[in-house]
Every structure is written in structure tokens, then in C-alpha cells.
Design a protein around this ligand. Sequence first.
Ligand code: GAP
Length: 454
Amino acid sequence: MLGLRAAWRGTQNNVKRVWWRDSVQNRADMVGLDSSILMHPRVWQASGHLDHFTDPMVDCRACKRRFRADKLDEDPWVHFCEATKGNKFTIPGGEACKHCGKKRTLCPACGKGELTEPRQFNLMFKTFMGPVEEDAAVTYLRPETAQGIFVNFDNVLQSMRMKLPFGIAQIGKSFRNEITPGNFTFRSREFEQMEIEFFVMPGTDEEWHQRWIDERFAWYPRYGIRKENLRLREHEKDELAHYAKRTADIEYLFPMGWSELEGIANRTDFDLKQHAQFSGKALEYFDEETKQKIVPFVIEPSAGADRGTLAFLVDAYHEEEVKGEKRVVLNFHPELAPIKVAVLPLLKKNERIVETAKKLTAELRTRWYCVYDDTASIGRLYRRQDEVGTPFCVTVDVQTVGDDKASADEKVTIRDRNTMDQVRVPMSSLAEIIAKLMDGAWPDVFRDHGITKH
Ligand code: GAP
């Protein structure tokens, strides 16, 4: 379990790292930011979250459980069927009872209580600033990282001397008092977002919106998501958030069905204007060409790091049969794999082998996340690394270190996780060869060193 947790965190860190590299480091038009989680409560008034960030909820009058009114039809429901002498059935969401034909009208959990009329329930977590728990001190944990970007717009504009179009990106925790958490990490109360607010000239917003939709849709397959498991879904007019002119969601086919990975919204000039109004400070851009002050429009690609990680994990999972046995492999893109290299001694009782393997691990560790393992037979060690998605295993054997009969050849074996192909390379150039392999250069390495085993 601990191993799984470490693997999950490691993969999620890598998802965030490649997002940051592709969205910030590799772009001249992007600035990275790390804004506060707690902000002045008026920020949430300005953003509209205090009024609009709500879900309609209903309560059961009998068992007192609470449900999202807009999701009731999707969830299974409990039914005591009179046509079968009151027998209890659990019926899939949206379906009628096969015996009496009735649809759900009572509480889906206890099957007995009447439900109240829907009431709006705000999803923000409340807390108090300072020592006194009074109304004047109420504030909220941020439900999205975006607002921290808007309130820092002028700060970034002035200090980084940015010209439109440009973006501000950040990765950080957001908090929502979700009423129906479940589906593992998919909907949690504390999760991480990877958000970009991209500021553009009004009038160019629709074109930039489409560019970002295309860019973000192409990003997931680059790191291993299968194209057939991705789709774009346009928001209907009545579904659009209060700030949005158009939104397209990137959806992924999770084991529990299609669901959102990332939303890409055209937020217009709504947020900058709102914050200017509530703070009394203009949030504008001076256009050198027209000599006019303008309020930029905003395109927002907003991705969930947790949902993304889950999707990469699901698509990487693969089972196959090798020599009559089941092999479980996580076919992670090397950049996402939590462990990049495992160094495995062929004989754990041979001191020279163990010493050499440990030394190699220490050297490789300075560049990649690397582990040493000698706690099982070589076949078992390989399978363990396959299961956690380690792209390369390095094996040190008797030939590497030599013995009474033969001198050391100072070569080690690298094994590829996906093909199980092996190649024997000089220890002195191991790091350089692994760097090539990380970039997908197997053909070059095989040409230079030749496959020794498949
Ligand atoms: N700033 C816009 C915004 O926050 P959102 O669609 O509410 O938009 C963006 O959230 C992304 O954050 C979603 O696509 C999803 O990946 C992730 N997300 C939202 N709520 C979540 C939750 N409760 N648990 C995990 N991820 C969540």
C-alpha cells in the first residue's frame, strides 16, 4: 500500500512537472505564479463564488442524508417493492423497478423518506482570519487557483513587463466541500489544479480559445493517453458558468464513464472587471499601438492534476501473458514513470556485485529517481518494476565484476520494460545511454550495442 501511495505521488509530481515544463518553461509568453490559498473575502464576492458557487441539494426527511438534486437520477436507488411483498431492491440510476414499473420518488438511500425541495448549498470551505471567530473575520479556502492569478494580474504585468497576449500559470491546491465525493481521487474535497489564465486582446479571444483547445487536446496523447479515450464536449448554453462565453471540456473515458479532465473556458473580461470594481483599482493594459487602455479577455485552460494522473494510470495499465504467466505492466511514458531506473544485483550474496550495483544506483540517483532492490529472484524483481512502471532495469552480474575464472567485462545489462529486450553496455557510459533511452532512442542504442536477449 505504501508503495502504491509513493508511486501515485511520484506519478502526480511528474504530471505536474511536464505540465509546468510545457506550459511555462518552454513558452516565452507565460509567467509562473504561486498565489495564496487564503485571500480577502471580497475576492470571492468579486469572483461571484459567494453567490454562484453552489450545488442544489435535497435532504431525506427520514434518514437525514443529503444528495445533489442534479445527480439524483444518475445514482442507484433503494426500493421496497409492493408487487413483491415489500422486498428490497437496489435499482440502477434512471431505471424503473422491473416488478412494479415505479420510478424513484423517495430517498435513494433508505427508500423510505420524502425528499425536501432543492436548496442551494455553497461549496466553499469557510474559516476565520485571526483569533476571533466572528462574521467580520470569515474567509474561505480557495475553490480554484484562478482568482489568485486575477488579483496578481497588475503585479505580474508591471514586474515582468509582459505584452499581450501572455499568460499566468500556476499549480496548487483547491478546496471544495463536495457533497458526493467518491470515485477515489476523481472528486475529492482537496485536489490540485493546473491552471492558465491567458490574457488576449478583445476580438482575438475566439481564435485564442480555439488554439488553446487544440493545444490542450493534443497534450494528453503526447504522454500516453489513448486518443480513442479522449473527447471534446462543448458546454450547452444553460450549462455555462456565470463568467463564460464558451467552454469546451476535455473528457476521458474513465472506468466509471466519460468525465471531465480539463475545462477550457473563454472567461471574457468578466474577472478583471469584477476585481477592478470591488477593489477600486483598475486592472488594465496600455496598448502602445492605439495608445488606449483596454481590459484583456481571458482564456482559461483549467486541468485537474489528480484526474489527469488517474487517467494516465488507467491507460498505462496493461496485462499480458508471458511464458504462461500473467505479467502486469504500467506502460508509463518514461517522463511520467515514478521510478526511472531500478538497479538489480543478480546475486545478492556476491559482495562485488552488490557493491557495484549500489555504487551505480548512487551515481544514477543524481539524475533520475532510481532504486536498488535485492530482495527477490531476478524474475520477481523485474515483475515488481513492471508493475510500478519502471521503464529501465539495470542488472549487475558475475561477468560485470569478474571472478576466479574470468576478468570483469565492466558491462551491465539494461532491460526495456515494454519489450523486455535487453542490451549489454559499458558501465562507464551507462548514464549517457540511459539519457538516450529516456528520449526514446532504443534503435540507436541497439545499433551501437546489439540486443542480447528478448
Ligand atoms: N477555474 C476553473 C475551474 O476551476 P472546474 O471545471 O471547476 O473549473 C477545473 O475545475 C478542473 O479541476 C476540472 O476539470 C477537474 O479536473 C478538477 N476538479 C474540479 N473539482 C474537482 C474535485 N472535486 N476533485 C478532483 N478534481 C477536481
